[in-house]
Design a protein around this ligand. Structure first.
Ligand code: TRP
Length: 341
């Protein structure tokens, strides 16, 4: 079996503001992985247009998400940071993979069913084959590790199935047995699931109509403090250990957020706050959130005001991304029997 360098690939869509769930659930892992792996972080603009986007808003959203990546601590000196559409190999490989994936596999994708809603006939074809493009994103770099949230696990399984089928179908044209390494999902982090501040059973989401449900990475200090003060709780005092949070989703969420910010265990936090009321806990949580998110918000705003710089990061990242993807996709074309001159 050939050796593949460990390589991380992940991406987010440029739609809506990034929020605390993106930060604690994804970004902290992405930042940490920069120290141990070769990392490629993508702004997946081609995925965004699977549902209608106003062009001017999309352009702005690509800058905004990139600014947030940088403000959170993704470092273009350590990682490749780029937008998908500037590397044509994604689209090129997606076509080949669309001829490998089976209709039955895509028919099982639960996210398509959710996003398409009742009127499936009116959904874009792109929304349906979105998982093939996601597979191409990963396989074009021979990425081995893919940090994603729970909701993307099924898409990652599909990417593995596509890689394996490609390797089998074209075995006779592949020298050492494996051309695409099946990527490993990487689902970790202290507070992988950050829930809505208004309903502890729902994920924190940029599409929730209530802005009080989430902490945006660009919220100012007053807004952060107000949202935490208004966060839903229950009438009981805080428990003294993690087991006492069972069946108390709002309390569990707030304590989980606190622990993730502190980098401590939930038990350790509860050893301090157990038996107390939410009000003083919330005051401390608000201070902590402001201390952590405030500088990120300020830096995001500063970078948004300098789109020329942000675009230069994407241009440079796209060129570096292409030097990895181009020879891999070229080889894939050769393997399937195209004439490559
Ligand atoms: N589909 C992912 C999401 O909506 C984003 C994404 C696109 C992605 N391509 C990817 C994530 C490749 C990891 C790897 O969250």
């Amino acid at each position: 079996m050939p050796h593949f360098v460990p390589r991380v690939f992940s991406g987010m869509q440029p739609t809506g503001n990034l929020h605390l769930g993106n930060y604690l659930g994804a970004m902290l892992n992405w930042i940490a992985m920069q120290e141990t792996h070769e990392c490629i972080y993508c702004v997946v603009d081609m995925h965004a247009i699977t549902v209608w986007q106003e062009p001017a808003e999309l352009r702005k959203a690509i800058i905004d998400v990139t600014a947030a990546y940088l403000a959170c601590g993704l470092d273009p000196k350590k990682s490749i940071i780029f937008n998908q559409s500037q590397v044509a190999e994604h689209a090129e490989l997606a076509w080949i993979l669309s001829c490998v994936a089976r209709l039955g596999w895509l028919n099982r994708m639960t996210q398509f069913k959710e996003k398409a809603g009742k009127d499936k006939e009116a959904a874009s074809v792109g929304l349906y084959i979105y998982p093939n493009l996601m597979a191409a994103d990963i396989l074009a770099y021979h990425a081995t590790h893919v940090p994603v949230g729970e909701d993307q696990k099924q898409h990652l399984e599909l990417a593995r199935d596509i890689a394996i089928k490609f390797n089998n179908d074209y075995a006779s044209a592949i020298d050492d047995g494996i051309f695409f390494p099946p990527p490993e999902p990487f689902i970790t982090g202290p507070a992988t699931r950050v829930m809505s501040l208004r309903d502890g059973t729902k994920k924190m989401s940029k599409s929730d109509p209530s802005d009080l449900s989430r902490l945006n990475l660009t919220d100012d200090a007053d807004t952060i403090a107000r949202k935490i003060r208004k966060a839903k709780t229950d009438p009981e005092a805080l428990p003294s250990e993690a087991a006492g949070l069972k069946g108390r989703p709002e309390a569990e969420n707030l304590v989980g957020i606190f622990a993730a910010f502190k980098g401590d265990s939930v038990d350790k936090i509860l050893a301090q706050y157990g038996g107390g009321q939410f009000s003083s806990f919330k005051n401390d949580l608000a201070d902590l959130a402001v201390a952590k998110l405030g500088p990120i918000g300020d830096e995001t705003k500063r970078l948004r005001a300098d789109p020329a710089y942000v675009e230069s990061v994407l241009k440079d990242g796209s060129e570096r991304a292409r030097t990895i993807a181009a020879p891999i996709v070229r080889k894939a074309r050769e393997i399937v029997g195209f004439i490559v001159s």
